[in-house]
Design a protein around this ligand. Sequence first.
Ligand code: F6P
Length: 489
Amino acid sequence: TLLHEELAGDEIIVVSNREPYMHARTGKGIEVQRPASGLVTAVEPVMRACSGTWVAHGSGSADRDTVDRNDRVPVPPTNPSYTLRRVWLTKEEEQGYYYGFANEGLWPLCHIAHVRPVFRSSDWEQYVEVNQRFADAVIKEARTDDPVVLVQDYHFALLPRMVREVLPKATIITFWHIPWPNPESFGICPWREELLEGLLGSTILGFHTPFHCKNFLETVDRYLETRIEHEASTISYGGKLTQVESYPISIAWPESSPERPSVADCRAQIRQELGLSADHLLGIGVDRLDYTKGIVERFQAVERMLEMYPALVGRFTMVQIAAPTRSSLDEYQNFEARVRSLVQRINNRFGNGSYQPVILKAEHHSSEQVDRYYRAADVCLVTSLHDGMNLVAKEFIASRDDERGVLILSQFTGAARELHEALIINPYHIEQGAESLYRALTMPEIEQRERMRSMRSLVRDFNIYRWAGRMLLDAARLRQRERISSKIR
Ligand code: F6P
């Protein structure tokens, strides 16, 4: 309702690379899959609440079998409330735009994780081309000349300007889900001016933290001739004003459901499935198998803790759920090999026939399965080397209605700016990670409860509807201002 009020009947179009539902052909027929994506976790409940159209890359093996002749399919499949409009990409387009420029170029460029970005002209050409194709799809889907367009992430830095050229009255809200680096780091990109100009087609440009906004303003200041009002956080470029704001993203607070197994049942069942005793201590990590997530450093901290506190050998296990991601890229294959060999080394060193201190589950898990692990764990480890927000931290908190469990959180996540009651660590500092893990595993119940209670109330209040509501409210104000000033003109 709040979102509806803020939209006041305006047309809403979301555009992202990743689609919220993928149709896949399996042995059992066509199945619907939910991708492992923070973006989808966050934006999907908002779309359910406000309907409209979501334009995204059709990437499931049976996606083409489920759309109508305009490439549209109503979703969610069980209870449709909005339209998914799929855009098809050729192998070459996907390779150049998604794997190449977005994930070998922009991803390491924006995450300072010491992986060198790769910039190929051929990838850039595909990136430009695909941005134009998605912009055309948005324009085609628009029924009015002033829709609210929500552009998601680094796959579409050029699209805001492309849409603005055809729909000058559109309200374009672009949200950058990953960090924005300092001007020196960003400046190595051969197409830095084009990317900045593209983004400045937005009415509002959102980041997770004020720090990322500041980096963006400084980057623009360094590389473009613009007028920047630092106080108001606006950039004026080519006669157009862009508001730069921080909107920390969040999750939908889970509704209580009678089908959800209790914490006690999750604890008992998961330990039984893993062949562990009822009082065995359990750590959980949930990530895409990505080099930004600090998985190697996390396991090194586990190893160091077992070394420092041998009483925990045989009593503690770290379960890592690692969803496969971007696996055709060398960097990701090398990373997976590194992770696997580290797990093997730690297990050889501290494990035996029946005990493995680290269990790696490198496969996709449904949100229900992940929720069971969150509820079964004593501690959740989020050790990203750099992360826009990190929603695993918030999901873990939301799952713990028993007010137990400890969150270890990297200081280099956006989430660390909000979740002060987590045990905040520098993931590069292995000793500190090991000490924090030990502290978490020995933390008195009352302290766990106090910390968890405070974080739960924050995540409950600052949920995903607030995130979207704040952006849409700001957009509504700007639209109103625009309407008034165009009447005066
Ligand atoms: O939030 C960052 C992000 O790259 C999203 O854009 C994306 O949906 C998610 O992580 C997962 O990555 P991918 O879509 O490449 O699988």
